[in-house]
Design a protein around this ligand. Structure first.
Ligand code: SF4
Length: 381
């Protein structure tokens, strides 16, 4: 692994991350085939349920396969904590997550309180894994995920699955959950072999830095397991495929970049606008400035947006043509952001940062992050 890899790197021993994008495409194809074999009947029944009750415009099978895989994974990782919690201010935490999104000015204060409440209530000492969750356990998991603020979109989707499970006999879910957990085990094993080289530092990072994040609001974001990294890598690829057609149908394009791509954050002269920050060309060697210039030439807008900002801003406006949004982020934030944009009917695509490095969450002095230009060009066009 190169020295940029705090937890992951898309170019562990290569000059660039080209090989990663070939690997993830092949691996996603393989996983989708095996999920289809294992979970096909449940997904078909669920899609019929959604269509029959008009609960949402039915999306692609791949998205529902991925939702089921995510549910199984989250149960394995967070289910035991969710069920061990007997008392927690879930509603308050969930409201706080909402407030910090909509009111950036109060975010620092809300985050301090959230960090304390997380550690006091969401990390119980005694937990026992239960591989046979009933529907009440599913409810507990949804409540837990929503209150973290990091998994709200997943929670919204699992609540819909929960409504479907209410309509089927108990034996249906008992058999179904076994298939889901088998699919998760197989995913964990295969992903370590196929894409594990890109996440080789996650476990040592968690071991050496885990305590540093106690009492912090980014405890969930920075505490993701290696399996969650793999899940998000595949999820980003599935979303790009599923949302591609809609994106290609848009006229104007917007590129949303994370602030950690700036070379010198402290001296950044970026202009605050409603959408985030707009680059003012103060540093010719800044990674964001290079993309701003590319945008001027190729006719797309560029904005810097903070982590967990309110993405409803990008929702289509009545009477205005739909904008195609390309969002760049590090692995832990990708799927949540993609699902949120989808909920707002935004035609989005994503590009992973080659590695994470922002000062706020990952690195003592901050490491300017980068992306693969070849992949960005492929996604943009
Ligand atoms: S070049 Fe743009 S993004 Fe980079 S530091 Fe200057 S204003 Fe900020």
């Amino acid at each position: 692994m190169n020295s940029e890899a705090i937890t992951y790197s898309l170019k562990p021993s290569d000059k660039n991350s080209d090989r990663y994008f070939e690997d993830i495409s092949a691996f996603t194809g393989e996983i989708l085939l095996s999920l289809e074999e294992q979970l096909s009947p449940v997904v078909t029944d669920y899609m019929n349920f959604l269509s029959q009750f008009g609960l949402e415009e039915v999306r692609t099978r791949e998205e529902y396969l991925f939702e089921l895989l995510s549910f199984g994974m989250f149960w394995k990782i967070y289910g035991k904590a969710a069920c061990a919690i007997r008392r927690a201010p879930f509603l308050t935490l969930s409201k706080m997550a909402d407030v910090r999104k909509r009111k950036p000015a109060v975010k620092p204060f809300v985050d301090i309180a959230r960090g304390i409440l997380f550690t006091l209530f969401l990390f119980p000492k005694n937990t026992v894994y239960n591989n046979a969750p009933d529907l009440k356990d599913v409810d507990r998991l949804c409540l837990f995920l929503e209150s973290t603020g990091e998994f709200r979109e997943q929670s919204f989707r699992f609540i819909r699955w929960r409504a479907f499970l209410e309509t089927v006999p108990d034996s249906y879910w008992e058999n179904g959950r076994d298939s889901v957990f088998k699919a998760v085990d197989s995913f964990i094993e295969k992903s370590r072999t196929s894409i594990g080289e890109y996440t080789a530092n996650v476990e040592s990072f968690l071991e050496s830095s885990g305590k540093k994040y106690h009492w912090r609001e980014d405890r969930f974001q920075c505490g993701r397991t290696r399996e969650e990294y793999h899940l998000n890598m595949v999820g980003a690829e599935i979303m790009n495929r599923a949302f591609r057609k809609g994106y290609l149908g848009t006229g104007k394009r917007v590129l949303l970049l994370p602030g950690c791509m700036r070379r010198n954050i402290k001296d950044c002269k970026g202009l605050k606008v409603r959408e985030g920050l707009q680059c003012m060309d103060c540093d010719s060697g800044c990674g964001i400035n290079a993309l701003r210039k590319k945008g001027l030439k190729e006719n797309f807008d560029v904005f810097i947006i903070p982590h967990s900002s309110d993405l409803s801003l990008w929702a289509p406006k009545p009477g205005m043509p739909k904008r195609g949004v390309v969002a760049v982020a590090c692995i832990p934030s990708l799927v949540e952001g993609g699902w949120e944009l989808k909920r707002y009917d935004v035609c989005a695509q994503c590009v992973l940062l080659d590695f994470s490095g922002c000062e706020k969450h990952w690195h003592k002095n901050g490491l300017p992050t980068r992306l693969n230009i070849k992949e960005l060009n492929r996604i943009l066009n």
